[in-house]
Design a protein around this ligand. Structure first.
Ligand code: XIL
Length: 371
């Protein structure tokens, strides 16, 4: 029996005994261990919340969120297109609800994201003049980061500014504002939000070339005397291909810059994909061979997923003094964005809780590390 299975068996037994002694029928699934409690001395355990969850329209999710997580990222509702839909219009309703919901449940908010080339409002894409674009950029950061200072724990100030080879992505921000836009964004954010942790976030920035670009970018911000508190590695990885060595090297190198490291959007894709990373504009051909697990995940794959998660969390624990947070990109499999990207309508299984909100073997593998 593996350590993981032994731990799961002990949990089941305790619940069974508790159920018998209280005269109730024991349901082994009601009270799984709490990850936030198990990891409380190590790092924060986060999740991404969708609109339904923020509006408390999903009671089963609400139970899970309160029990398992002490940090949360809005999956979409703080992105530019939602929070700032027109030049003079800001829509804070859902973001305010998120802040309130998290306060009530003792959850820290990791706000996401101020400056990103995806999910931008149409009006911002249409701005022609450099001056107007800079005004949009400045107003956006000042207004949004300013409003939530002291209410959210952190901001992903800039998301995905880099190409895979470590050069700067030719985004609308780079084209209009030039190479220094990242430093400028942090400078404006530090003024508007002096009490908020400020992070740079990207995918594949554990890979050597992109990591080197990321380090250069961070050094540039620091050299300008501007505050940056941490770097987020998104962590959209693939089953059996977790780049553990690159992740370890990245934790070491980013920490050497005096930054906290966090894993901000963790999920492990179990379906086929012909590229790595998480460029939301990239798509792939569908087809049933690309969607083999509609009726359930075979046990062998489930076990592999558990081993991958176990190896990852073992590594995170080794560096618990440098890693401040691990956030799963969603509460349960049914909600994962990977059911719709990069192929629409697939049945994916990337998280720790299944479609019935029940813990998977991967959950017990992660919990068992803290036994
Ligand atoms: C994704 C959301 O999960 C989806 O609901 C949305 O349609 C597209 O964006 N990197 C990021 C996240 O930084 O904001 C993305 O979230 C996933 C990739």
């Amino acid at each position: 029996m593996t350590q993981r299975n032994a731990f799961a068996a002990v949990c089941y037994l305790c619940l069974f005994v508790a159920g018998c002694t209280s005269g109730r029928k024991a349901t082994i699934t009601k009270e799984p261990p709490s990850l936030k409690a198990l990891y409380k001395n190590d790092f924060g355990i986060g999740t991404a919340l969708n609109t339904e969850q923020i509006e408390e329209k999903d009671p089963k999710a609400a139970e899970l969120i309160a029990r398992q997580f002490n940090m949360a990222t809005p999956e979409n509702i703080m992105k530019e297109e939602i929070i700032h839909p027109a030049w003079d219009t800001y829509n804070f309703d859902l973001a305010d609800k998120m802040v309130e919901y998290c306060k009530k449940n003792d959850i820290k908010v990791n706000a996401h994201t101020l400056i990103w080339h995806s999910q931008m409002p149409a009006f911002a894409r249409r701005i022609q003049s450099v001056d107007s674009f800079r005004t949009f950029f400045t107003n956006h950061i000042k207004t949004v980061a300013g409003r939530y200072d002291g209410k959210v724990y952190s901001w992903d100030v800039v998301n995905e500014a880099l190409n895979e080879d470590g050069t700067m992505r030719k985004s609308v921000f780079l084209q209009k504002l030039g190479d220094d836009f990242v430093t400028d964004a942090f400078r404006i954010a530090q003024e508007a939000a002096p009490h908020t942790q400020l992070y740079y976030n990207d995918y594949n920035n554990e890979q050597p070339a992109k990591r080197a670009g990321c380090i250069a970018l961070i050094k540039k911000i620091q050299a300008a005397g501007v505050r940056i508190d941490g770097v987020g590695i998104q962590g959209h990885w693939h089953l059996g291909k977790i780049p553990l060595k690159d992740i370890e090297e990245s934790i070491v190198q980013y920490s050497a810059l005096g930054l906290k490291v966090m894993f901000t959007e963790l999920d492990i894709e179990v379906l086929n994909r012909n590229f790595s990373g998480a460029d939301v504009s990239q798509t792939m051909q569908g087809g049933s061979s690309n969607n083999p697990y509609v009726n359930g995940l075979p046990d062998s794959v489930q076990q592999k997923l558990a081993s991958d998660y176990e190896a990852l969390f073992r590594l995170f624990l080794k560096y618990k003094n440098n890693v401040s947070r691990v956030t799963l990109w969603g509460v349960h499999d049914g909600q994962s964005w990977l059911n719709g990207w990069p192929v629409r309508g697939r049945t994916n299984y990337p998280l720790l809780f299944d479609r019935n909100y029940l813990p998977k073997p991967a959950f017990y593998a992660v919990a068992a590390l803290k036994k």
